[in-house]
Write a protein that binds this ligand. Structure first.
Ligand code: BES
Ligand code: ZN
Ligand code: ZN
Length: 516
């Protein structure tokens, strides 16, 4: 290992030692470099360089540290400074602030500051270079190549598919580090999240249930030997007696799709799978209980559960994780029409339970009810469903954390551990009998799809409703309504649909894979 590292460092040094000459600088290529610096501890002024930055500085006989001093002492976390023309290979060099090197995991907040600081700093540096029309960046690992890659790939993403004026496409590469595996992993994690962001941000007339399913099928095509994709039709749903799901889909002209993914990563084909279930409402108008028009456009992302679940399976396949996963995504639109379900209608779910639909805008729990019943047939080792389920979840925690409702302490621990690594926070929420009482009180049926007595604790009544369709001992419901979109809360994601918590689902699956 030491020999490999020495050789790599010599190669890096040779590469860096070429002296600068303006005539050699290929300005057409627009290559950039992102290097990290730490704040000094205590009151001390100035910065200290990461390993890669220090080597770069040496190759320029201390020019970089000299310029940093002239620029202004210190460099705050997430801020960057640009230097032009100091190296012939890199016309633009962005030096980024990583905060204090001593920062680690905050126990109470379950927050890994070191990793988050790297993501934030690298993302800021890459974006600054993108603004300068740099088309290729090399990136310092800053002590954690996976987080650096995530910062670069997540930070550079923007959805400009439908604009004529697009941002510069930037490719990225690890600089001056031997941790190529860590970097590659980070790229796959971040590209997974970007796939979810793409699906969520895209308008609902582009990402219909059919288009969603086709996109995922295409993304999984390179992994065909380990993956099966089934796109179930309305006729299949009828056979399966998915009355709850069909009652939501019936108001729309767009055909519903029940997407079923099987990833066989484990050497043991009999290993019970991890079951991931995602809410896939490609547009939620509210149905007959129509939503107000303000911000209704955001409901194009009401398939965020399906997007994060499917994207994490695409990434798991790319990583060849040794684990079996089944992914289910009931996909449809929730629209008002002459055929739409009306408030007060009673529908029958796959398990025979009857549901009085008092509010057609509480549709997510209806489609998930049938998907959960069906999911149990795979005898899963754990079930995790993910959904932009309630506005109440957004009111409760906003974008700070995904709400996790679970009947399993073990599953909660696994999810929490995964989220500390990824920086996507999770927060455990209650499954009290108090909420169950509200959904089991229906005038006409076994269940009501909204809490009967009060609107309070809406995220909890929704979870209590889902629990009526779960018999497995390890189940978790993730309400991601609050983390669906990003303004500036997550500094390494641009404004828009967030794709959270794709990386956490992936990290969780990776954890299961390694625990056997
Ligand atoms: N998709 C919405 C929830 C939502 C709101 C997600 C805001 C993201 C941002 C869901 O289908 C819904 O409308 N839920 C209702 C339930 C209510 C009628 C009991 C809600 O939260 O208002
Ligand atoms: Zn709704
Ligand atoms: Zn919805």
């Amino acid at each position: 290992m030491l020999v490999v590292r020495k050789a790599a460092q010599t190669a890096v040094r040779k590469h860096l030692c070429r002296p600068f000459s303006a005539s050699h600088t290929n300005l057409q290529e627009r290559k950039g470099l992102v290097l990290g610096v730490f704040e000094k501890d205590g009151e001390e002024e100035g910065v200290h360089l990461t390993e890669a930055a220090a080597r770069f500085d040496q190759s320029l006989s201390g020019k970089l540290s000299e310029l940093l001093k002239i620029a202004r002492p210190g460099l705050k976390k997430g801020k960057n400074r640009l230097f032009y023309g100091i190296h012939q290979d890199f016309p633009c060099v962005a030096v980024v602030g990583l905060g204090k090197e001593s920062e680690g995991v905050c126990g109470a907040e379950k927050w890994n500051s070191k990793k988050e600081n790297i993501r934030q700093a690298v993302s800021a540096g890459c974006r600054t270079l993108q603004e300068l029309k740099v088309s290729h960046v090399e990136v310092d690992d800053c002590g954690d190549a996976k987080s650096a890659a995530e910062g670069a790939i997540l930070g550079l993403f923007s959805y400009d598919e439908l604009k004529s004026k697009k941002k510069t496409r930037v490719t990225s590469q690890l600089h001056g580090s031997v941790d190529v595996d860590g970097w590659k992993k980070g790229v796959i994690y971040a590209e997974g999240q970007n796939l979810a962001r793409f699906l969520m941000e895209a308008p609902a007339n582009r990402i219909t249930p059919t288009a969603f399913a086709n996109t995922i099928e295409e993304k999984l095509a390179p992994h065909a030997e380990r993956v099966t994709v089934k796109k179930r039709s309305k006729a299949w749903m009828e056979e399966q007696q998915m009355g709850a799901f069909l009652s939501v889909a019936r108001g729309s002209e767009e055909p519903p799709v029940f997407l079923e993914l099987h990833y066989r990563g484990s050497a043991d084909s009999q290993q019970p799978p991890l079951l991931l279930v995602g809410k896939g409402i490609t547009f939620d108008s509210g149905g007959i209980s129509l939503k107000p028009s303000q911000s209704m456009d955001a409901m194009r992302a009401d398939m965020g559960g399906a997007a994060t679940v499917c994207a994490s399976i695409v990434a798991a396949a790319a990583l060849k994780l040794p684990v079996n996963i089944v992914g289910l995504a009931p996909l449809c639109e929730n629209m008002p029409s002459g055929k739409a379900t009306k408030p007060g209608d009673v529908v029958t779910a796959k398990n025979g339970k009857t549901i009085q639909v008092d509010n057609t805008d509480a549709e997510g729990r209806l489609i998930l009810a049938d998907a959960l019943c069906y999911g149990h047939t795979f005898n899963p080792r754990a079930i995790v469903n993910v959904a932009t389920l309630t506005g109440a979840m957004d009111v409760a925690l906003g974008s700070a954390a995904t709400g996790v409702f679970t009947n399993s302490d073990w599953l909660w621990e696994q999810l929490q551990q995964a989220s500390v690594v990824t920086g996507d926070r999770v927060w455990r929420m209650p499954l009290f009998q108090h909420y169950t009482n509200q959904v089991t009180d229906s005038q006409l049926a076994d269940l009501n799809n909204i809490g009967k007595y009060s609107r309070s604790g809406g995220a909890c009544t929704a979870a209590a409703f889902l629990r009526e369709f779960v018999t497995a001992p390890h189940w978790a419901h993730l309400d991601i309504a609050g983390v669906m979109s990003n303004k500036d809360e997550v500094p390494y994601l641009r404004k828009g649909m967030s794709g959270r918590p794709t990386r956490t689902l992936l990290e969780f699956a990776a954890g299961l894979a390694h625990s056997g």
